[in-house]
Write a protein that binds this ligand. Sequence first.
Ligand code: ADP
Length: 430
Amino acid sequence: MTIKLGCIADDFTGATDLANNLVRAGMRVVQAIGVPSAPTADVDAIVVALKSRTIPAAQAVDQSLAALRWLQAQGAQQIYFKYCSTFDSTPEGNIGPVTEALMDALKIDFTIATPAFPDNQRTVFKGYLFAGDVLLSESGMRDHPLTPMTDANLVRVLQAQTTARRKVGLIDYRVVARGADAIRERIAQLRAEGVGIAIVDALSNDDLLRLGPALAGMPLVTAGSGVAIGLPANFGLAPSSTAGALPPAPGFQAVVSGSCSLATNRQVRHFIDEAGRPALALDPLRIAEEGSDALAQQALAWAAPRLEDGPVLVYSTAQSDAVKSVQGRLGVDEAGALVERCIAAIARGLVGQLGVRQLVVAGGETSGACVQALGIAQMQIGAQIDPGVPWCHAPAQAAGGVGLRLALKSGNFGTDDFFSKAFAVQSGGA
Ligand code: ADP
């Protein structure tokens, strides 16, 4: 088997975001959690999801190179290093060091870098990244706890992260507006000037679609998930409903939710009040008293007789004042870890003991815990339910290796009726 596009993503939800864009543009995509130990199914692209955004740069480089070697062994014709559309990084990295290490390993002297994702309000103009209507440095990213972004000029930001021998340049919006030939000419000019990495302006999806053909045959592309919309066409692929077709996964339906975002709070209310579905609230203080396994068993006993009648919800989702009060009693990390452990045990029981085969998980960290507890190593990416959240199909150890449908929704994604919509939009004979 040879894949067309081999992708390395620096975090889990970012990997899904990229995979989702590739599927929408016509590729069949598998997302692997970490570097796989075995070859995967016959697909057009594989996205290896790392957790390398904020770890020490040397470790991020090692993990990314391991992913590169594995993707090369699968025959990847082009490598895509995916980072956040807000260019999350510190002066030490990790975007610069990983990009340079991949360039050295691939023995190439040029690549591009652009986090532009106009669908998500991320645009790059004259090298400056905008988040919505404001410069990145004036957005909430200014105060990010791990990767504060205080300079919106990406040429400067990336140059600070790369070795002096590699110059960072710019392909500006006027060149991009003139199309692929003009972009190729500009690339040739930059290379002649000794530029190794070029930030690319993009103000709209049209810009990204003009950029796409200019990247054909470039061994390494580095970008947010936006650039992905222009790449499948280089491999002769066009948007189609078959790219996102998933194998059927007949069985019961359930939602587990550990996200406390505003959107998830609304979704939980909607599922209970509007859709009228049964729901069980988990109390973190009881989990602390009785243990996550005991609470998980109680939740499973509650769910068992109800699953035949349709989807059920088990949630710890709460409003911020309740969350703060619990955190005050248990500590922020301890509260988070306890709840994650309990919900993960419930997910494992729903799938392993009760026959749930279509599972929605709300919460980024919660999703990570559930995927691990279910023993999932790879997911095939299906059609999107809402922007950024596709259904996936994943063989799960917890189901004896049988495949299940999984939708992993991070915090603020999804409309209020997301949970019921997720089950309603399924196609492909689940
Ligand atoms: P999101 O994607 O919305 O950020 P996450 O799952 O990433 O959701 O993070 C939510 C965190 O809050 C998890 O660590 C989870 O265990 C924790 N949590 C969930 N419910 C509660 C609660 N009621 N009280 C305190 N912490 C909670």
